[in-house]
Design a protein around this ligand. Structure first.
Ligand code: GUN
Ligand code: ZN
Length: 442
């Protein structure tokens, strides 16, 4: 019997190490003319076309000349129910939550509505080249069911969870420690590791959870040690002050989560802008991760994330990019990387084009402890990848004419930088999930 193989020929770029710590020579893998071989959704071969072509003679090849194949983008922080409220005017975090976010999330008590928005949201992710995301749902468990059902239908590797919130929020959006425990437990048992889906325990942030509820979240983590923990940390100065008043016994904001047992290897903290050196150090020791959300941080005026400090050699922390829709302003991780570059510039730091793409791919996979499954083209990984057109607009074509043919790793760096700064969903020609085309621009 002939096995069903899928073969893809194009230029390929991925990472085999972290370009924040290793040289580009050792961390970037660029094949000007490569061949990727997929069997049952898994990568079984990957090398130069010339090296592999005899081995796979006779097989049909999908060829993408003049395009570039990258691993699918990984968004480490996003709220699916906030899709419809992107671009809500004029407020910073706490007012923005009360004025826009909470009333929007109220609508997700309807499963039917949640299903409709989840479907739109996942289509939008694929259109933007994002194949995996760590996703906030709402306090309503049915909104989590709706999200996972839609993700399962598309065979996507997605992580999500029910928001736990019992304090400082409107009554219509509050649960209790007990109901949040029961609902989260039921959802973990239903969805965690169902196909490609994974669960994240999701206390919204320290302001909206009582001590008792944070402890319940910690209890769930000990009962289900391989699920994730996602929350927000130190995003806005007024928020940090509010938390210090609510939890005077904690040494700092991260300490509130730490005292509840929430700071571990599978914990991802969104924003983490106003951290003290002690908090950076603790995140590094605990092997926790940070979701860096530059479009959101600029939009809400939250502050400038100290990426260079998080990626320090002495206390390294895994960092991924987050769009943080709906405080973020773009689903595109290219646009998110563009803003990340500017956040670095404002602090007299640099973010190289390869470092930016690393954050959007293997860096995100490492932050989510999924680097054994996704993030690059290593043999054995799941074949989630995207086909990019770095000439997707007349302006990009004009700019790329000034750059000589991108045949080497050094020359492709210039092309990648223009893609990061000018690219968006128009640059995504196709998105593949487990070797199957799930989105095509034309
Ligand atoms: N902190 C608590 N909830 C939220 C939210 O929905 N968005 C953002 N950006 N920050 C938060
Ligand atoms: Zn958020």
């Amino acid at each position: 019997m002939i096995t069903q193989l899928k073969l893809f020929r194009s230029s390929f770029l991925d990472f085999i190490d972290d370009p924040f710590y290793e040289s580009e020579e050792t961390s970037v893998r660029y094949l000007a003319d490569g061949l990727l071989v997929v069997e049952s959704g898994i990568i079984i071969d990957f090398d130069d076309y010339n090296i592999l072509k005899d081995k796979y003679q006779g097989f049909t090849i999908t060829h993408y000349p003049d395009l570039l194949i990258l691993p699918g983008f990984i968004d480490t922080h996003i709220h699916f129910p906030q899709t419809e409220m992107i671009a809500s005017y004029g407020e910073q975090l706490l007012e923005w939550l009360n004025q826009y976010t909470f009333p929007t999330e109220r609508k997700f008590s309807s499963k039917e509505y949640a299903q409709k928005i989840a479907s739109f949201f996942l289509d939008e992710l694929l259109k933007n080249g994002t194949t995996t995301a760590l996703v906030f749902a709402t306090v309503f468990p049915q909104s989590v069911d709706a999200f996972f059902e839609e993700a399962e239908r598309r065979n996507l590797r997605m992580i999500s969870g029910k928001v736990m919130m019992d304090s400082h929020a409107p009554d219509y959006l509050k649960d209790t420690p007990e109901t949040s425990y029961q609902d989260s437990k039921r959802l973990i048992q239903t969805w965690h590791k169902k196909g490609r889906l994974l669960y994240a325990i999701t206390p919204r942030f320290a302001i909206t959870s009582s001590r008792e509820q944070l402890k319940i979240a910690g209890k769930l983590l000990t009962e289900f040690p391989d699920v994730y923990l996602q929350t927000h940390l130190s995003e806005n100065l007024k928020e940090v002050e509010f938390v210090a008043g609510l939890f005077p016994e904690a040494p700092n904001y991260l300490g509130v989560y730490d005292q509840a047992g929430l700071v571990g290897e599978r914990s991802i903290f969104a924003h983490s802008i106003h951290l003290t050196p002690d908090e950076f150090k603790r995140l590094s020791e605990a092997k926790s991760a940070i979701a860096f959300c530059p479009t959101s941080n600029l939009f809400l005026g939250s502050g400038l994330f100290k990426l260079h400090q998080a990626k320090s050699k002495t206390h390294p922390i895994n960092v991924g990019l987050g769009s943080d829709i709906g405080a973020g302003t773009s689903f595109s991780l290219l646009q998110t990387a563009n803003e990340a570059y500017k956040v670095a510039q404002l602090q007299n730091q640099t973010l190289s084009p390869f470092q930016a793409l690393f954050l959007a791919t293997l860096g995100g996979a490492k932050a989510l402890k999924l680097e054994d499954k996704i993030g690059n083209f290593d043999i054995g990984k799941e074949a989630d990848f995207i086909v990019l057109d770095y000439n997707s607009t007349p302006l990009m074509r004009l700019i790329n004419q000034q750059i000589s043919e991108p045949q080497t790793r050094l020359k492709i760096a210039e092309t990648i930088f223009s893609l990061v700064i000018l690219g968006d969903d128009r640059a995504i020609q196709a998105t593949y999930i487990m070797g199957e085309r799930a989105y095509s621009k034309e």
